[in-house]
Write a protein that binds this ligand. Structure first.
Ligand SMILES: Cc1cc2nc3c(=O)[nH]c(=O)nc-3n(C[C@H](O)[C@H](O)[C@H](O)COP(=O)(O)O)c2cc1C
Ligand SMILES: [Mn+2]
Length: 455
C-alpha cells in the first residue's frame, strides 16, 4: 500500500511515541485547540497532536505534524540532518516520478454531493485572536491550466463562509493565481479540488518550487519514493490522491469577490482584509473514519514545511553562481523566509556578495542574506551572529537594494497595511577578510578524555 497520513501516525506511535501527543478531552475549535499548541510551543515542545474530540464535529483533528524538522526527516527517510535533506531533495526534484491513475481509493469511501455537502460539520479551526473566521489551513488546492492542461498544486488558505462556501487567498506570486486569472478573465469558472490530510512526504513534495509546467504530484512521487496513486474526482475534471483523508470538490466562480481576512499569517502578524475570490463546494469525499488535518499557520508547523523546501532551490541557484558554496539554511528565527545563511569555502574576494545576489534572485521573499566561511555552523544562529560581530565591516561588507519585490505579508514593507510587496534587501559578507588575526585555540583539546580528569 502507498504512503498515507494514518500509516505515518501508526509509525510514530510505534517507533517515536515522543513525536505524537493525544488530546482526548473536548476542545473548542475556536482558540482552545490552538492555545494548546501555543502553550506547547512556549515550552519548546513540538509533537504532532491528535485532538480526538473537537466541539461541534465528529472528526478528529491532526495538527502540528510538520513542526519538528526531525519528524520531517523521519517522514522522508533522511538520516543526516538538514544539509543532507537539501542534497537529496534536489535529486528528487530532478527525478520526478509521475503519478498513476487507479480505479478507486479510500478517499472516496464516503461521498456527499450537492445539498448533502455541509462543511460546517468539519472541525475547522479559528487560530488567532483577530482572525476573520475559521480557516482550512492545510488544504492543497489542485487546478489545471486551461491552456496546457498541466496540473498545479498549492496550499491556499480557505475561510469558512457557509455550508458550501469559502473565501480563498491565492498570492499573486503563486501559479494558482495565474491559472485562476486566466479563467476569470475569460469569465469561466476554475475547477478545484482541495486535498486535506496526507503523509508529510506528500506535502513536502507538493511544496517544491517547480516551474509552472511541472506537475507537483510528480515531485511528491519522487519524495514518497513511489508513483502517487490518483483517483478521478466525482464532479470536476481533476484527479486527487487516492490515499488522502478527505477532498472538497468545487469551483471558483468568475467575477465574484468578497471580503476575506484578517488572518494571522506566517510572519507572526495579521494579513490585511482583501476582496478575494470564493470557492463553492459541490462534493465532499472522504475515508469513512477520516482525520481532518490542519496546519498551525504562523508557527513552526507552517514555517518549516515551506522553509526547508525553499532552501533547496536557493542552494541550487547559489551553487550555479558560486561553486564554492557548501550549504544554505533558512533559520526559524527569520520565519524560514526572510533570512538565509550561506556558507562558503571562499577562494576569491567578491564571491560572498555574488552568492548573496544569487540567493536574492532565487527567492523573492528573502530580505537578508548572510554569507559566512564554511567552518561556521549555519544551523546555529549564535555562530552566525559571532561571525557578523567579528568579521563584518558594515560600510564595505554590506549592500542594499531598496524598493525590491518581497513578500506581500512582510510587516516591514513600505506599506504593510496595504499589503505592499516593496521592501529593502540587504546582503552581508561576514566571511574573514585579509589580515584577519589568528583565532584562539587550546592545543590538545580534541585528545582530552574528560572522564580521565573529572570525578
Ligand atoms: C500551511 C501553508 C499555508 C499557506 N497558505 C497560503 C495562502 O493562503 N496563499 C498562498 O498564496 N500561499 C500559501 N502558502 C504557500 C503556497 O502554498 C506555496 O507557495 C506553493 O508552492 C504555491 O504553489 P503554486 O505556485 O504552484 O501555486 C501556504 C503554505 C503553507 C505551507
Ligand atoms: Mn506550481
Amino acid at each position: 500500500m502507498s504512503k498515507n497520513l494514518r500509516d505515518f501516525i501508526a509509525y510514530l506511535e510505534e517507533a517515536a511515541p515522543e513525536h505524537l501527543a493525544h488530546v482526548r478531552r473536548e476542545v473548542d475549535p475556536r482558540f482552545e485547540l490552538t492555545a494548546v499548541l501555543a502553550r506547547l510551543e512556549q515550552e519548546k515542545r513540538f509533537p504532532a497532536v491528535i485532538f480526538h474530540q473537537v466541539k461541534g464535529s465528529s472528526f478528529p483533528v491532526v495538527s502540528n505534524m510538520h513542526a519538528d524538522v526531525r519528524r520531517l526527516l523521519m517522514a522522508v527517510g533522511v538520516e543526516g540532518g538538514i544539509p543532507e535533506f537539501l542534497r537529496v531533495y534536489g535529486r528528487w526534484e530532478d527525478n520526478p516520478i509521475p503519478p498513476r491513475l487507479v480505479p478507486s481509493g479510500p478517499v472516496q469511501e464516503v461521498v456527499a454531493l450537492g445539498e448533502a455537502v455541509d462543511c460546517t460539520q468539519l472541525p475547522i479551526v479559528t487560530y488567532h485572536e483577530r482572525d476573520a473566521g475559521p480557516y482550512i489551513t492545510l488544504g492543497l488546492i489542485i487546478m489545471k491550466d486551461p491552456d496546457s492542461g498541466v496540473r498545479n498544486a498549492g496550499i491556499y488558505r480557505l475561510m469558512l463562509q457557509g455550508r458550501d462556501r469559502f473565501g480563498i487567498q491565492i498570492s499573486q506570486t503563486a501559479h494558482g493565481h495565474y491559472i485562476w486569472q486566466k479563467n476569470d478573465r475569460r469569465n469561466r469558472p476554475t475547477e478545484v479540488a482541495v486535498v486535506v490530510g496526507h503523509h508529510p512526504a506528500f506535502y513536502l513534495g507538493c511544496m517544491s518550487f517547480t516551474p509552472l509546467e511541472v506537475d507537483e504530484f510528480a515531485v511528491a512521487g519522487a519524495v514518497m519514493g513511489e508513483p502517487l496513486p490518483l483517483v478521478k474526482c466525482r464532479t470536476v475534471d481533476l484527479e486527487v490522491p487516492a490515499e488522502a483523508e478527505m477532498v472538497l470538490e468545487g469551483i471558483i466562480p468568475p467575477g465574484v469577490r468578497e471580503k476575506e481576512a484578517p488572518f494571522g499569517e506566517y510572519p507572526g502578524t495579521y494579513g490585511p482584509m482583501r476582496n478575494n475570490p470564493v470557492v463553492i463546494v459541490q462534493a465532499l469525499t472522504r475515508r469513512h473514519d477520516a482525520y481532518y488535518q490542519n496546519c498551525f499557520v504562523g508557527h513552526p508547523d507552517n514555517l518549516l514545511l515551506t522553509g526547508v523546501v525553499r532552501s533547496s532551490m536557493i542552494f541550487r541557484t547559489v551553487k550555479i553562481a558560486c561553486p564554492t558554496v557548501t550549504a544554505v539554511h533558512m533559520p526559524l528565527s527569520g520565519r524560514c523566509r526572510f533570512i538565509c545563511y550561506v556558507a562558503m569555502d571562499k577562494i576569491m574576494e567578491g564571491d560572498p556578495k555574488n552568492a548573496a545576489m544569487a540567493a536574492f534572485a532565487a527567492d523573492p521573499f528573502l530580505k537578508f542574506v548572510i554569507v559566512v566561511d564554511k567552518d561556521v555552523d549555519i544551523l546555529d544562529d549564535s555562530q552566525v551572529l559571532h561571525a557578523m560581530a567579528t568579521r563584518l565591516r558594515a560600510d564595505t561588507d554590506t549592500f542594499m537594494v531598496t524598493h525590491a519585490r518581497g513578500s506581500p505579508l512582510d510587516p516591514a514593507s513600505y506599506d504593510p497595511v496595504g499589503g505592499s510587496h516593496i521592501v529593502t534587501k540587504m546582503g552581508i559578507d561576514a566571511t574573514r577578510k585579509a589580515n584577519y588575526p589568528e583565532e584562539i585555540r587550546v592545543p590538545g583539546t580534541e585528545a582530552i578524555v574528560l572522564r580521565e580528569y573529572l570525578e
